[in-house]
Write a protein that binds this ligand. Structure first.
Ligand code: GMT
Length: 409
């Protein structure tokens, strides 16, 4: 189960499903509307979406976590049906709300016939909802019933342990990137030229997000305005979200409208990222920042606030630079220094590509697969599904054609 967002947990859920399916597992993907993340290759995943497209969220960047009761019940109904007919062995959800509650109800309804449950905590499910005095305690109870919790960084694991008073810290399995899709423009060995080299063009600073307050749009605006005073640069804004309109007005008021390019929501972020010189992420909180990893994979250094899991993704001084979140002037100085030094910038581009390889999708999906197998081995022996054949281990099979074929991208 995952949200249908273009990036973040929606993309991780979709890409994980696709890669598991490529490895021969039978994968069913449950989401409220069709997942919108852009994968370029066809894959075989049985998609169960709750609502038709017309009922989709206002934008693909919008994370809709509060569902009406009729929707959670409808998803539960779908899960019950598929678990019974297909004999699902394992249910993995991405982002705790509302999925931890639905997984709990499924377990209650099926008892010993319920699949093993795995939940990945992604970000504001812990940092915002986990701290909420009403939602937090309910969420903690629901998560206590999940067989195994994972999260995407050590920092987020510690935060989840403390905020939700978990008996055991979630296991850390980092986010991943498809290196065939996110790669430098000139190929892996020769990332794009640095802006200052030959002085041919202005520096391109990219920001990719869902433009919520946690992404610190005010900080972003101040930092870019500060850079622009010292350097010929343009800002590329990729994505959509509630704070985008305010940013647009700010840049027009400051006379910077011509320096800012609004790309809107994009299914394929890689070709845009690969043409940038720097990714700017001034977030107030960030469990991981998938955009930072994708940017490094494209050979683009990251300038980010030193918060949450960002220091685990970006190697400061090597693949990017980290600044104290309350000090936008430090970010301006770092950006100007780096973008004016072609040699240092080029070295960072190369180091970023190398570091991103450690987060390649094959390696990380194998870690999830290993986890599933260990949980599966430890499970209680379960009764067979009504009228069905034996349970399949992790449903390894080559006949994916037996299932609905779903191609998107
Ligand atoms: O939690 C959110 O704000 C949304 C969430 C998502 O579902 O997209 O983003 C979080 O998960 C991403 C994928 O693991 C991480 O890359 C983001 O850092 C994280 N966002 C925050 O922690 C604010």
């Amino acid at each position: 189960m995952c949200h249908s967002t273009l990036g973040g947990s929606g993309r991780i859920g979709l890409e994980l499903a696709a890669e598991l399916s490529r490895r021969g597992h039978r994968v069913h993907l449950f989401s409220r509307t069709a997942p919108s993340a852009g994968g370029s290759r066809p894959h075989h995943v049985v998609l169960h979406r709750l609502l038709p497209e017309a009922a989709a969220a206002p934008s693909a960047g919008h994370l809709r976590v509060e569902w009406p009761e009729r929707e959670t019940q409808a998803l539960l109904g779908q899960l019950l049906r598929v678990t019974e007919t297909e004999g699902l062995d394992l249910l993995h959800f991405h982002y705790a709300l509302p999925f931890a509650f639905i997984a709990g109800e499924l377990k209650e309804a099926l008892g010993a016939r319920a699949p093993v449950t795995v939940g990945t905590l992604h970000g504001t499910d812990v940092s915002a909802y986990g701290r909420d005095p009403v939602v937090g305690p309910k969420l903690a109870r629901a998560l206590a019933d999940v067989d195994c919790l994972t999260t995407v960084s050590r920092s987020q694991a510690a935060l989840a342990g403390e905020t939700l008073r978990l008996r055991e810290l979630p296991r850390v399995i980092p986010n991943f990137v498809d290196l065939a899709c996110f790669r430098p423009r000139g190929g892996h060995s020769s990332p794009d030229r640095s802006p200052g080299s030959g002085g041919r063009r202005r520096a391109r600073i990219a920001h990719v997000s869902n433009f919520r307050a946690v992404k610190n749009p005010a900080g972003l605006a101040r930092i870019f305005a500060g850079i622009r005073e010292k350097l010929d640069a343009e800002l590329w804004l990729v994505g959509d979200g509630p704070e985008l309109g305010r940013l647009r007005s700010y840049f027009s008021r400051q006379g910077l409208a011509r320096d800012v390019l609004f790309w809107g929501p994009q299914r394929q972020v890689a070709p845009i990222l690969a043409r940038a010189d720097l990714l700017l992420i001034p977030s107030l909180a960030e469990s991981f920042c998938l955009a930072a990893l994708e940017s490094m994979a494209c050979g683009v250094p990251v300038l980010a606030s030193r918060v949450g899991g960002l220091p685990e993704v970006v190697a400061p001084g090597e693949t990017g630079l980290l600044f104290p979140v309350a000090e936008p002037e430090a970010a301006v100085a770092m950006a100007v220094g780096l973008l004016s030094d072609p040699g240092r910038h080029a070295a960072m581009r190369r180091a970023a590509v190398t570091r991103a390889r450690g987060f390649g999708h094959r390696r990380v999906v194998a870690a999830y697969e290993g986890l599933y197998e260990s949980l599966w081995r430890r499970r209680e022996p379960r009764p067979r599904p009504a009228g069905g054949g034996p349970f399949r281990g992790l449903c390894r099979q080559s006949g994916a054609f037996l299932h609905s074929l779903l191609f998107w991208g």
